[in-house]
Design a protein around this ligand. Sequence first.
Ligand code: NAP
Length: 212
Amino acid sequence: MSSVLVLGAGGQIARWVIERLGGTKGIGLTLFLRHARKLRGKAPANARVVEGDVLKGVSLAEAMEGQDLVYANLTGGDIDAQAKSVIAAMKKAGVERLIFITSLGIYDEVPGKFGKWNKQMIGEELKPFRRAADIIEASGLEYTILRPAWLQDEDEVNYEITEKGQPFKGTEVSRKSVADLIVRIIHSPKLHLRANLGVDKPGTEGDKPSFY
Ligand SMILES: NC(=O)c1ccc[n+]([C@@H]2O[C@H](COP(=O)([O-])OP(=O)(O)OC[C@H]3O[C@@H](n4cnc5c(N)ncnc54)[C@H](OP(=O)(O)O)[C@@H]3O)[C@@H](O)[C@H]2O)c1
């Protein structure tokens, strides 16, 4: 049995991941979120729900006990503080595998006109995400950092990845696609170990996402 802790389990990508892993034999989910009412529908049979804030150590420490993998679907201007808190709880509980979602643009890796637009739109918000990524990379944990393109909610799985150091490709990607990549890693935790991946939909290169 593999025990997976989902942090920010009411988040929009997390919902797809939970739907895919709900009822999966051999996987036990702990769904950690600030308000249980934000879960989409009923928690699946292989899940337990824990209400808590990742910045509040006690509930996080309790949820962390006995986990094999942590998938963090968090956000906010304090995402760097959240990353620190998650890492500290993982180390204390002896949990090593972490999947953490950040954003495109944290390394100024988005080229051209779209890169400029992206910086104008979210440049300031990216700073704490960059700090979070730096903290995770320095943590010594077995991490995978994901940097999705602008997120949309098409019911499709269609994505490509870029490595750290490569220019980012497309402008957008579906949340369902990012969830697919996360589910693959949860099933095969050695996949994309210590990787830091851009995720975009092939063929969406342009000046802006199509929905802007
Ligand atoms: N929107 C885009 O185009 C875009 C592009 C690239 C990357 N991203 C990033 O990708 C990530 C995942 O996206 P998403 O759409 O799934 O995000 P989302 O729906 O906003 O989910 C983020 C979750 O983080 C939770 N959270 C925030 N602070 C927390 C804390 N202290 N303790 C526990 N939970 C906390 C929120 O819970 P509450 O419901 O309690 O607030 C929320 O459910 C986010 O970091 C997002 O910023 C977004």
